[in-house]
Design a protein around this ligand. Structure first.
Ligand code: ADP
Ligand code: ZN
Length: 434
């Protein structure tokens, strides 16, 4: 065996826990000293850093949610001066403002390290050509994976998303051996390969590392079969670091090893928030153990998973988490982009003549997600000229695209046509069968 971080990924539990506890203690102390909102929440809960004497004491600490990030937008939870921040990224907030995260130079190194480790779980080595089709930009996917490939010493092709035909030419000509992309984009690539009549024999692809959105076993099989590769699951989120929080190994047919030396996982009951016994499904919660600029304590991811008690055939001792099976909130992931219905609402309420009655319909055509926004307009607008309605449609499309980064179609409907709720409004009709 010659693994990246071999010693860490095979540590016996007690050894790992010793490292986790010492890192946790330092983290809590630092956060308490440096970040007023954390200090206030801990004071309210009557907790001092010295109360953290064991890993079980973690549960005494208050949770952190996206609301905390919003309330301290954009940089209020950072522990270092802006001078020491070398990069920021952002993902979707629940309304108009994004969720912002920051990294010191050391954080960027940590991130590259965990991503390099993730790649190594898929058998990626220096000789590989890594086709990175995750989007580059504010989104953590592209750059996060990019630095990991470089750290590992393989070759990265920073192709990013889109321009699918050109991607296939590049795959053929450069000999891409590893594909990094969302699972839905992997299918899109597969279909385009088929359409172009390119034979799999002309490609060198061996393995795909896919994440950033939920995908089923069926989808996995389809990707594997259509691209002739092994498709592995990778999990991550911006608030914790980005991609590289957990990664499936080649030997495991399900579940992803959590990089527990950096990210401490818990599973809590989504209603009571009480920690659940090992092996039960619930909401995944993470505490970062090594991040400098933007550490996070007990972050409620809203993702549903379970920690797998059985040890893995590969011999690594890091615990595995089950594939994400759902969310406890209404966040949708459309073409890899996180979308909250509240963001769409935020756009709609800012536009005159539009009523706050709307519905979002999501479909999958081939491997492409499509989003349709149906919204009621006022009587006066509805009886207006076609031109007025067209302009309104275009404006909604533009503003949704500007805020969410996702294009949608818009259907304006007569007043009182969208079904009124008798409780919680049904804002989303998701027809995708993943
Ligand atoms: P990312 O760059 O990973 O998309 P975001 O912060 O934009 O980071 O989104 C994180 C969310 O994406 C997670 O909370 C989860 O809902 C979803 N996600 C990420 N990876 C996976 C995965 N492998 N399976 C299912 N959902 C995932
Ligand atoms: Zn394994």
């Amino acid at each position: 065996m010659n693994w990246v971080d071999e010693e860490i990924v095979t540590l016996p539990r007690t050894g790992l826990e010793t490292i986790q506890l010492s890192r946790l203690k330092k983290l809590v102390k630092r956060v308490y000293e440096k970040v007023a909102p954390y200090r206030e929440k801990m004071n309210e809960a009557g907790i001092k850093p010295d109360d953290i004497q064991s890993l079980q004491d973690l549960r005494k600490l208050p949770f952190t949610t996206k609301d905390d990030l919003r309330d301290n937008y954009p940089f209020g939870l950072f522990t270092v001066d802006m001078e020491d921040i070398v990069r920021v990224h952002a993902s979707s907030g629940t309304t108009g403002k994004p969720t912002v995260v920051g990294y010191t130079e050391a954080d960027i190194r940590t991130w590259a390290d965990v991503m390099a480790r993730a790649l190594s779980f898929a058998g990626v080595t220096r000789g590989d050509m890594v086709h990175n089709a995750y989007g580059y930009g504010l989104f953590t996917g592209g750059l996060g994976a990019h630095y990991g490939v470089e750290r590992l010493g393989a070759t990265v092709i920073p192709v990013s998303g889109g321009n699918t035909k050109r991607q296939i030419t590049i795959m053929q000509d450069f000999g891409s051996s590893v594909l990094l992309s969302t699972p839905s984009y992997a299918l899109n690539l597969a279909e385009t390969i088929e359409d172009l009549g390119v034979s799999l024999d002309d490609l060198q692809l061996r393995v795909g590392i896919h994440g950033a959105e939920p995908w089923s076993e069926n989808m996995k099989e389809e990707v594997e079969q259509k691209l002739g590769i092994r498709a592995l699951d990778i999990y991550g989120l911006s608030e914790v670091i980005g991609p590289g929080v957990a990664m499936q190994c080649l030997e495991s047919d399900h579940g992803m090893h959590v990089f527990e030396d950096h990210f401490l996982p818990e599973i809590v009951d989504p209603d009571t928030f009480e920690p659940l016994p090992f092996g039960e499904a619930g909401e995944l919660v993470f505490t970062t153990l090594t991040k400098e600029a933007f550490p996070i304590i007990r972050y409620r991811t809203k993702d549903i998973s379970r920690l797998i008690p059985e040890t893995c055939a590969c011999g690594r001792t890091l615990v595995r988490m089950e594939k994400i099976t759902g969310r406890t909130d209404d966040m949708l992931i459309i073409r890899g982009v996180n979308v909250f219905p509240s963001q769409v609402e935020h756009v709609l309420v800012g536009i005159d003549g539009v009523e706050p009655h709307y519905q979002i319909e999501v479909n999958r055509q081939g491997s492409m997600d499509t989003m349709k926004v149906m919204v009621e307009v006022s009587d006066s607008v509805f009886s207006d000229e076609v031109k007025v309605l067209e302009n309104l449609t275009k404006r909604i499309q533009r503003e949704v695209k500007d805020l969410l980064g996702v294009s949608c179609s818009v259907k304006l409907v007569e007043p009182r046509t969208i079904q009124r709720s008798e409780g919680k409004a049904q804002r989303v009709i998701d027809n995708r069968e993943l």
